[in-house]
Every structure is written in C-alpha cells, then in structure tokens.
Design a protein around this ligand. Structure first.
Ligand SMILES: Nc1ncnc2c1ncn2[C@@H]1O[C@H](COP(=O)(O)OP(=O)(O)OP(=O)(O)O)[C@@H](O)[C@H]1O
Ligand SMILES: [Mg+2]
Length: 146
C-alpha cells in the first residue's frame, strides 16, 4: 500500500495495534530511515505506552509498559541468531504477555516467532512517501483491517 506521509504511517500503526494481542510479534523490515521506528512508536502509543520510545539501537531491547507490555527490539547490530541468544533476548521475544516490535529481524531467520505480522517498508521516489506491504502469519483467527 502507498503511505503518503509520516502522519499516514502513524495512522497505519494505530490500525495495526488494533489487531494485535499479547504474544504477537511485529517484524519491521526496511532500509535505514525507512520508518520502522516511526511505525513502532505509533503502534506502541496505540497500545498505551505513555513515555518516550527512543530507538533501542544500542540497547537492542527497550521494554515498555502500556496496556500490555511492548518489547521494542532493534537487532541491527547483531550478526546472527547465536548473538541474539547470547544477548539473552529470546525470553523477551517469546514473552506471551507482550507484543514484540522488532526492527531488523532478519537474523532471526527460521526462528521467527508465530503469530507474527511482517511489515515491509520501502522508500519511494518521494521523500515522505513509502510503499508498505503487510503479511500476517498464524493470525488467521482474527480479522485485521489495514
Ligand atoms: N511516510 C513516512 N513514514 C515514516 N517515516 C517518514 C515518512 N516520511 C518521512 N519520514 C521520515 O523518515 C525517517 C524515518 O526514521 P526512522 O527512525 O523511523 O527509520 P528506521 O527505519 O527506524 O531507521 P533505522 O534503520 O535507522 O532504525 C524519520 O525522520 C521520518 O520523519
Ligand atoms: Mg529505527
């Protein structure tokens, strides 16, 4: 889908949040500056996170308490799944009481949790527009309207 502005991206985050449940995972896939953090913040806000949601880049994981827990990951700096395990991040990713928002999830490979929503964000020729695609995996038990 065509997302014409940051505001439209934030509105998409509200719609995504409306169909999420504790135990779900959202993969945020896209290049540097695509808008993964912008979308993660919008989802977090809509899930009731009140404070700031800084980028977890150096912390790898920042947990937030909203109406449900929101675990915001940024795995950019990790080389592979072994490093993910060594960093002790698996428990938070699989937390049944939280929604996990994962920037740079590619290193999870075959270990990607289900249910999950994969969001792909691509730059376009226009500076404030993005092309976004959404793929639900193991979320057949609910109806999501994006
Ligand atoms: N339609 C849009 N959706 C999202 N962000 C947009 C849009 N248009 C412009 N922007 C801008 O693009 C930037 C996106 O930054 P953001 O930190 O969300 O990217 P990111 O994908 O998380 O990058 P990184 O890989 O560095 O974590 C912000 O400066 C934001 O204002
Ligand atoms: Mg980011």
């Amino acid at each position: 889908m065509w997302i014409g502005s940051q505001k439209a991206m934030e509105a998409l985050g509200v719609k995504i949040a409306a169909c999420l449940r504790a135990g779900d995972c959202v993969f945020l896939i896209g290049d540097l500056g695509a808008g993964k953090s912008v979308l993660a913040r919008a989802i977090g806000r809509a899930l009731g996170v009140a404070g700031p949601m800084p980028s977890p880049s150096f912390g790898l994981l920042i947990p937030h308490e909203g109406r449900i827990r929101v675990n915001h990951f940024d795995l950019y700096r990790l080389e592979d799944y072994e490093e993910f395990l060594a960093a002790g991040l698996e428990e938070a990713l699989l937390d049944e009481c939280a929604v996990s928002l994962v920037e740079w999830p590619e290193i999870l490979g075959g270990q990607a949790p289900v249910p999950r929503l994969e969001v792909r964000i691509a730059h376009t020729g226009e500076p404030d527009a993005r092309e976004v695609s959404l793929l639900c995996i193991g979320m057949e038990d609910r109806s999501c309207e994006f």
